[in-house]
Design a protein. Sequence first.
Length: 188
Amino acid sequence: MKIYFKYDFKVTCEVILREQLNLLKIPYFMNSLGEFEIDDDVSFIKKEELKSAMLHYGITILDDQKIAIIERIKQTVDDLILEENSKDLNISTYLSSKLNYTYSHLSKIFTEANFSSINNYFILRKVDIAKDLIVGGHLTLTEIAYKLNYSSVAHLSSQFKKITGFTPSDFQRIFQKKKNYELKNNDF
């Protein structure tokens, strides 16, 4: 029997952070952007305990504000991609409104650190998510194109091939062959 889960990464992280901060008795403030702030008075040992506890969940504490902004840009881009009604949303407007910075500021920080634009990252993430959906095997290419707000399957296929070198159908075929090969060789 298969069980499918849907989760909100942001909510999950917030719950884990609240629990760990409370467990370690570290006073904190959570601002409206979902950022947690702790006092500078918190001891080095408590901060290290918190870092260690968070690593257990795959959460890294960022000390550099620029790195934190870049991570928030990436998370917000993912949110936009998976947003049900994002067809009419403009990426620059969306990021600016969600992160409370001008798009030019966000773009400058992101490009300096990644040597790539936010728009390029947006396309790469859409293709990565498309790959995951193809591998999942539960949706048709038409459904995937619709879910990721592509104007057509042809548009999805064009970007997919440009990034991966394969059409989505070729990618799906290769993955299926690999999966069948692994199943066949694991029977021994």
